[in-house]
Design a protein around this ligand. Structure first.
Ligand SMILES: NC(=O)c1ccc[n+]([C@@H]2O[C@H](COP(=O)([O-])OP(=O)(O)OC[C@H]3O[C@@H](n4cnc5c(N)ncnc54)[C@H](OP(=O)(O)O)[C@@H]3O)[C@@H](O)[C@H]2O)c1
Length: 284
């Protein structure tokens, strides 16, 4: 059985360690933290492992997961390298969405195989996370051998591993942020506009929600280009002019213009050249 040590027994660390233990293919060896009481609760939740507050106590493991906050990963990697407990040829990985395996450079210099494994999942509550994790996509990046071994680990946890291009981590994470956070920001923008038009709050939700759900389903099923409808896709310059006049505040107008230009690009050759130029003149 492969062995796994977890540094940082928080939401993600506890969840993945518990899943590893439940898989029957990985033995949780050491669970590392700074404070004894949360560490004891974490070990109880995981159902395996030995509590450790001192890196000098750690045993040699096949995998080390640095599940500390993103800002702590590099210093933990330094500390682990200085402690000299992770043997050459083992895998040390972190779970940051944006950070690369390079955060673990001091370990790589000692012959350790380094990588990142980012589950696209929200670990708000470890018990729920363990119950719901199956099928979660897990983005892998880093040393080739480390990624191969982490593919097996991710599959054992119930995840669906896939590889990122070298250097692709920031673009990957920006893509997730656009899809998730900007969708929320768009909802808020749309609600401000419908409120300005006098739509009551209790109607804004079904009005915008129905349209947004249908549009998202279309974009995912048909692809963004074929799902695109509306004034820009139709080349309706007059409607875009009226929208811009109604937006009022400069921030909203800047966002509308930036997204409008993306929409013109998406519409592509559906728009005659002359119409595209008139739209772009309004949107710059
Ligand atoms: N939560 C998610 O939904 C999610 C999703 C995908 C990826 N991730 C990634 O997973 C990683 C962990 O995130 P999280 O949400 O699980 O964080 P978290 O719940 O805040 O847990 C972090 C844990 O690290 C411990 N810690 C901090 N510094 C430490 C150190 N120097 N040595 C040992 N332990 C230390 C903290 O213990 P103390 O109590 O002592 O501070 C805490 O138990 C991050 O890289 C994050 O980007 C998280």
């Amino acid at each position: 059985m492969r062995t796994l040590t977890v540094m940082g027994a928080g939401r993600l660390g506890c969840s993945l360690a518990r899943l590893a233990h439940l898989s029957g293919h990985y033995q949780v060896l050491d669970v590392v933290g700074r404070r004894p009481e949360p560490l004891r609760r974490a070990r109880e939740f995981i159902g395996a492992g030995r509590e450790a507050t001192d890196l000098g106590q750690l045993r040699a493991a096949d995998f080390y997961l640095l599940s500390v906050p993103d800002g702590e990963i590099a210093s933990c990697a330094n500390d682990l390298a200085a402690a000299g407990v992770a043997p050459a040829g083992c895998v040390v990985f972190h779970a940051s969405g944006v950070g690369e395996a390079a955060l673990l450079a001091p370990l790589a210099e000692r012959g350790v195989l380094t990588a990142s494994l980012h589950p696209a999942f929200s670990f708000a509550d470890p018990a729920r996370a363990v119950a719901d994790f199956a099928g979660t996509l897990c983005a892998l990046e880093g040393d080739e051998d480390a990624c191969t071994r982490l593919e097996a680990l991710a599959l054992a946890l119930g995840g669906r591993p896939f590889r990122l291009a070298p250097g692709g981590k920031a673009a990957y994470h920006a893509g997730l942020s656009v899809a998730s956070n900007f969708l929320v920001a768009l909802t808020a923008m749309a609600q401000r506009l419908t409120a300005r038009a006098g739509v009551p709050d209790e109607l804004a939700q079904p009005l915008l929600g129905g349209l947004m759900r249908q549009t998202l389903e279309n974009a995912l099923a048909l692809g963004p280009r074929d799902a695109l409808t509306g004034p820009i896709a139709r080349g309706d310059v007059g409607t875009v002019e009226r929208h811009l006049a109604a937006l009022g505040d400069a921030e909203l107008a800047a966002a509308y213009r930036a997204l409008g230009r993306q929409t013109v690009a998406l519409a592509g050759d559906r728009l005659p050249d002359a119409v595209r130029l008139r739209l772009l003149a309004l949107l710059y």
